[in-house]
Every structure is written in C-alpha cells, then in structure tokens.
Design a protein around this ligand. Structure first.
Ligand code: SAH
Length: 355
C-alpha cells in the first residue's frame, strides 16, 4: 500500500480541501508514495496499456515522421531527440530501430528523456542502454538545440482543475474529507477571469476542466521550437475544447473510484488540444490541426507496415493490433495527434494546418 491517504487527510485537516489538480499531482508524482514514482504501471499485468505497448508499428511510423521532419529541416546536427514520459522506453526503442538507416540521424541525435518516475527510468535505461539517454525532471531542463520530440499519453497525466458553472460564476470541485475518508466537495461560486471565455458558451451546471501544467508545457515546447527549430508530436486522448468530467482512475484495467486508495491507481483527464495549440502559438510557434490518431497513423503508412509485418509473422495478431491502434471504435478516434513546429517550416508528415 502506498500510505498516501494519511498524508492527504492530515494535509486537508490542516490546510483545507485540495483542488483536483493538487490531489492528482500528489497521487501520481508524490516523491515517495506517488503512483508513477513507485511502480511500472504498464502492460497486461499492470493497470493500463498504451499504443507503443500494443504494437511496434506505432513507434516505427512515429519515428519515420520525426526523421522525415528532421530531413525536411536540412538535417540539423546535433539535435535533441526527446520524449516526455517514455514509460518502459518501448516507443523510443521502436523509434530508434525504425530510424537506424536514415543517413546521419543517429549520429546527430542526443537522446533526452523527461521522466519523474525512478521505477520507469530504470526500465527506460534497460530498453535504451545502447543509446545513452540523459534524463531530466522537466522540459525546461532540455538543452537548447533543434528538438524533435514526442509525447504519447503524457499530457493526460498532468493535473487538471474542475469548475462547475453556477450563474455567472464557477464553483471549484475539490477533495476534502468526511472524517476518515476522502470526499468530493465544492467551493462557493465566484467569477473567474481565467474562465471568462467559457462563460458565454456553457450552460448552468456545465463542468469545465483546466490544465495549467499542459499550457505551461506547450508554451515551453513552443518557445523551444520557435527559437531553435524542430517539431513536437503530441498524441493523447482528448479533444478540442471539451466539456464535462473526464477525471478518471484506472487500476488493473478497470475504472475505479478516484478517491479510493490514493496513489494506487492511474489518474488521468482528457487533454484539451485547443489549450495546447494556443499556448504553443502564443509562444511564437506554429501548431497543426488536431487529427484523429487513426487518420494520422494511416497517413504515416501504418497499413503498409502492417502488411509487411503480417507476411513474416502472425497475420491475425498484426491485423488485431492495426485495428486496435487505428479503428474508430478502438483507439483511432478517441486519441488525437497534433504537431508543434517553427513557423514558416512545413508541418510534420501526416499533419496539416487548418485552411
Ligand atoms: N509514453 C509511454 C508511457 C505513458 S504513461 C507510453 O506511451 O507507453 C505516462 C508517463 O509519463 C510515465 O512514464 C510517467 O512516469 C510519466 N509522467 C507522468 N507525469 C509526469 C510528470 N509530471 N513529469 C514527468 N513525467 C511524468
């Protein structure tokens, strides 16, 4: 057991209820008792699985997208090949394998990983031992060079706040206690400048989520590509300016109560791609249109790759993986892709700009 509950109860008794974001942050990344800090949650025996863990095809086509983006920019050397939240290192291992024959790419790359979890850093060290990765706690710590970056299912782990529309004001959903257990509560409604643009379009009782960390991170990425060049590919589940409660907990591949046994379940929220795009644009970079993951992977040639793999392997398994990653009823529509890059340079392959 993580033992996070007593710490949270004490904090709430001393300082009052926590925002959902504070709760999410403590549960996921508390330095000793956080969910990610203490475990490898991925895979069938873990709590959830991700696209790169489903099939090597995902990382292969993403790798080729990054390598083509690098070629399109005149093959800058050296450059930073970066991943945010690399999990078990599977995606980056597939990226490296798929790009091994792109002339000059490996020689020019410096591999940098942003990862909070010591447990997952150890897995990444095993998976990527030949590539000499350097780890960082934060994106701000990446070196300043042209950056080619991928973040898959990373932004969904960033803490969100939740606000309920009440009259012209907003009431924040918070985590307090009803004695020995955690319980949701609400603050008194008050006008909120940060949500002024959502007041006109929402109805009484609507729930809106904000993610300050995602905006800050997208801004930092935007500044870096605007200054030094490069591209960032962001893949996650979410939408363009969503509404509604998407805060959820998953343990053992099942949805569970997010307040139950804090620090032992994965907590996520849908990613607001509009907020990411506008933070990147405000920082001086270009952001592409958001597209469904299935469309993105198809444009990057995943079907041809699946056919090639099927010829030399288990056709049924490959077809199943392809379907899982791309089909609208599976991960194809719920997950989205978006690119951030330097203004005036072409969008990464597979992505386009709104007309
Ligand atoms: N990208 C991987 C793993 C996704 S799980 C995949 O697709 O399989 C989320 C990853 O982000 C984990 O590696 C987790 O430890 C890391 N992570 C979560 N919150 C983080 C934070 N605030 N800073 C850095 N890494 C974080």
């Amino acid at each position: 057991m993580s033992g996070l509950l007593p710490l949270l109860l004490r904090r709430i008794r001393q300082a009052g209820p926590m925002t959902i974001a504070e709760y999410m942050g403590e549960c996921l990344t508390h330095p000793e008792r956080g969910y990610y800090t203490t475990r490898d949650p991925l895979g069938r025996a873990g709590d959830f699985t991700t696209a790169p863990e489903i099939s090597q095809m995902f990382g292969e086509v993403i790798g080729l997208c990054l390598a083509q983006s690098w070629l399109d920019r005149g093959a800058p050397a050296p450059f930073v090949l970066a991943e945010l939240g690399p999990g078990r290192g599977t995606l980056m291992a597939d990226i490296l394998r798929a790009t091994a024959r792109v002339p000059g790419f490996h020689a020019a790359k410096e591999l940098h990983l942003v990862e909070v979890s010591p447990a997952l850093r150890a897995r990444q060290a095993e998976a990527l031992s030949g590539a000499g990765p350097v780890w960082h706690d934060r994106v701000e710590d990446l070196p300043g060079a042209p950056v080619f970056l991928v973040a898959n299912e990373f932004f969904d782990a960033l803490p969100v706040r939740q606000f309920l529309r009440q009259g012209d004001g907003w009431s924040e959903r918070v985590v307090g206690t009803d004695g020995e257990r955690l319980a949701f509560g609400r603050t008194a409604p008050a006008p909120l400048a940060a949500l002024a643009d959502r007041t006109a379009e929402t109805v009484e009782g609507a729930l809106v989520e904000t993610c300050a960390a995602a905006g800050a991170l997208a801004g930092e990425i935007g500044r870096r590509v605007a200054d030094a060049g490069g591209v960032a590919l962001i893949l996650d589940y979410g939408d363009w300016r969503g509404t509604g409660d998407t805060f959820q907990a998953v343990r053992g591949h099942e949805k569970v109560d997010p307040l139950d046994a804090p620090g032992t379940a994965d907590l996520t929220a849908h990613v607001d791609f509009e907020a990411i795009a506008s933070a990147a644009r405000d920082a001086g970079a270009a952001a592409t249109a958001m597209i469904p993951q299935g469309v993105f992977l198809e444009r990057l040639g995943i079907t041809a790759r699946a056919q090639a793999l099927a010829r030399s392997g288990d056709t049924g398994a490959v077809a199943g993986q392809h379907r899982r990653l791309t089909h609208p009823d599976e991960m194809g529509d719920l997950f989205k892709g978006l690119g951030i890059h330097k203004r005036g340079e072409p969008a990464p392959p597979g992505l386009t700009h709104d007309a």
